[in-house]
Design a protein around this ligand. Structure first.
Ligand code: WT7
Length: 651
């Protein structure tokens, strides 16, 4: 197979933060002397009480413990706001571009400080204290960033729930972290359509058990559309009315480096979503350092990450990383395809964006719309492009490079996870020759390794399971409320290492190529979903007796959701029922979990001990039923013929 290699443009290398020799030297030092390396780079942020210890981490199952800078104290919002308000008050911190191309807001660091302080005072007025959990269910409006930073300012722990999740999914997340305060908006606005956020919050709260030990006491509602929403007296308040009553001054709390900053729920291969817990000092050091080096960020850049703040990418690379670096970060409320397929490039031109970071699914969708919308904008301000969320196929990579970037902008394909807090495997644009489809090389301090299914380390060019041998400051610390689950999920498969759940190939140049999840986790349009979650939603439907969900290749989404459903005795496999099941899953989890294909299956392939053989289901979903392998261990091999005959994906 021919693999093009794209060298670092000499002009880019000349002004980049690090060149190839610089990367090698810094990387080697970071591995040889992590204490010294991170001790030095930890000082990139302001500490109230400087740390005297740097790294105190152990992957030794069962005593996993991860602490960085543990005797230092700081405030994350003071780092993202106050220090820049003092030195560059009139610089724009947040460019907000509304769903409607006619709407925008520019917020300077001086204004950001006032807004964050006001929001913090509103939270305090409603009794929020250090350590309390606050759930945010917000659209992409500046108040989302204000609210996150306000929590950080007073030491509260935010849990942002993506606005595309259903009331049921929201309820589960509110309950799990026992948050008594929810921040939402009347409605969201995306692609010209209204999203009933407040109504969803009401529905979620009504689903939380009456005797839950921490009922929701306050709902703070930001006015976005002015749409008509119900307000429950004594519980619901309008943010603008509350904000008018409090001063725009609020001192930051002194927090320990290891105090929690946020919880973010993410799907795994089993059970309900896990509350990934990130803490303050190490997370901020890592988010700001990766933002600077990976994006070659320099003062004057206009930086745009198209993610939603409901995902970790929004946390680390819209809010915390860029703002810690005093950057101008663009926040986009809308969607790439509205009002036209040229929207992203019009926004690039309008705000003179220099660094642009998006997901392969968006690139593939826009590639399908042809070159014309791209060419209708100049994009002359762009100097660097980024990709995140799933493997990017070389075809999409090359289109992004040639058509969007006019062969001028390096692409950083950044591999990381909610759990990792920040980017772990990535090119540095001034240092790394690029190969389309490869996330290339580890960031400073990151020690990837490949192991086979027995845990043997693979050397040189090889393909296996991706593990990490040692900690980095941005790593998650625990699963909220369930440390045992943290240890079991990440540190028990390959003892002494952190297991990512991803498969990966390393080529002869030492470049890493992520091949996708090796566990029962799907990546649909860059959204992570557990097959078990979708299955339990399906079996909760009265007509369903059993369900098995697998992924299959999808041109735009990367992976599509393929559900095999066995019905209760007497139920008829009709198209109406199929539609009802799709609707049901959207209601239980949210539109992102919409099954693409549902196959009614009289029986599922099981071993004699009753275990569903997903390998077979995956093959049939991929339409590769010729190569099912050994099916003689099935309890009833005849079910396979029916599954093949009625398969839903025919290439
Ligand atoms: C999973 C993590 C990282 C923030 C957004 C997703 C996949 C992520 C890449 C990439 C190949 C990637 C992995 C990973 N993934 N980035 N550049 N190349 N795969 O965070 O929801 O926690 O999902 O996304 O499979 O494990 P997440």
């Amino acid at each position: 197979m021919y693999e093009p290699v794209i060298a670092v443009p000499p002009s880019f290398a000349a002004s980049a933060l690090v060149d190839e020799a610089g990367y090698r030297a810094m990387y080697e030092r970071s591995i040889a002397d992590p204490e010294g390396f991170w001790g030095e780079h930890g000082r990139r942020i302001d500490w109230i009480k400087p740390y005297t210890t740097v790294k105190n981490t152990s992957y030794g199952h069962p005593d996993v413990s991860i602490r960085w800078y543990e005797d230092g104290t700081l405030n994350v919002s003071a780092n993202c706001v106050d220090r820049h308000a003092a030195t560059r008050p009139d610089q724009v911190a947040i460019i907000w571009e509304g769903d409607d191309p006619g709407e925008q807001r520019l917020i300077t660091y001086r204004e950001l400080k006032d807004e964050v302080c006001r929001f913090a005072n509103v939270l305090k007025a409603h009794g929020v204290k250090r350590g309390d959990r606050v759930t945010l269910y917000l659209p992409m409006i500046p108040e989302a960033a204000f609210a996150m930073l306000a929590c950080a300012r007073i030491g509260a722990v935010h849990s942002v729930v993506f606005g595309g999740f259903s009331p049921d999914a929201l309820a589960g997340r509110i309950e799990d972290c026992a948050s008594t305060v929810v921040i939402t908006a009347d409605e969201g606005l995306r692609g010209g359509k209204r999203v009933p956020l407040k109504a969803n919050v009401d529905a979620a709260i009504s689903r939380i058990s009456e005797d839950h030990f921490a009922p929701v006491e306050t709902v703070i509602v930001v006015r976005r559309t002015g749409g008509n929403v119900a307000m429950t007296p004594g519980r619901d308040v309008w943010y603008d009315e509350e904000a008018a009553r409090v001063p725009a001054v609020c001192g930051p709390e002194e927090m320990n480096a290891e105090d929690p900053l946020f919880i973010l729920y993410t799907s795994g291969s089993t059970g309900k979503p896990k509350g990934v817990l990130h803490t303050s000092g190490g997370y901020l050091v890592y988010a700001s350092m990766t933002h600077q080096y990976v994006f070659d960020y320099k003062p004057g850049d206009i930086y745009w990450c198209t993610a939603d703040v409901g995902w970790v990418t929004g946390h680390s690379y819209i809010v915390y990383g860029p703002l810690a670096n005093g950057a101008t970060t663009l926040m986009f409320e809308g969607v790439p395809t509205w009002p036209t397929n040229a929207r992203l490039w019009q926004v690039v031109d309008k705000h003179k964006v220099t660094i642009f970071y998006t997901a392969p699914t968006a690139i593939r969708a826009l590639m399908g719309a042809g070159d014309e919308p791209v060419k209708s904008a100049s994009r002359a301000s762009l100097r660097l492009l980024g990709s995140v969320g799933e493997p990017i196929n070389p075809e999409a990579w090359l289109w992004y490079y040639h058509t969007v970037g006019d062969n001028r902008c390096p692409i950083v394909d950044t591999w990381w996870q909610t759990e990792t807090g920040g980017i772990l495997i990535t090119p540095l644009p001034g240092a790394t020759a690029l190969k389309p489809g490869s996330a290339t090389l580890p960031f400073f301090g990151v020690r990837p390794a490949l192991v086979d299914n027995e845990g043997n380390t693979l050397e040189g060019a090889a393909e296996g399971n991706l593990v990490l041998l040692d900690s980095w400051p941005g790593q998650m610390r625990t699963v909220f409320g369930d440390h045992q689950r943290f240890v079991e999920t990440y540190f028990s498969t390959y003892k002494g290492t952190y297991f990512t759940g991803d498969g990966c190939r390393r080529d002869a140049d030492g470049y890493y190529w992520i091949t996708g999840r090796v566990d029962d986790v799907l990546n649909v349009s860059g959204h992570r979903m557990g097959t078990a979650e979708i299955e339990s939603a399906l079996v909760a439907h009265p007509a369903v007796s059993e369900a098995a969900v697998v992924g299959y290749p999808h041109d735009i989404k990367g992976q599509g959701i393929y559900a095999y459903v066995t019905l209760m005795q007497g139920e008829q496999p009709t198209d109406d029922l199929r539609r009802a099941l799709v609707h049901w899953v959207r209601k239980e989890i949210g539109p992102i979990a919409t099954p693409d294909l549902i196959q009614f299956a009289p029986g599922l392939p099981k071993t004699r001990s009753g275990k569903i053989m997903r390998r077979i289901l995956r093959k049939i979903a991929e339409d590769h039923y010729e190569a099912l392998g050994d099916i003689s261990t099935l309890a009833d091999p005849s079910v396979v013929a029916d599954l093949i005959e009625n398969r839903m994906n025919r290439r």
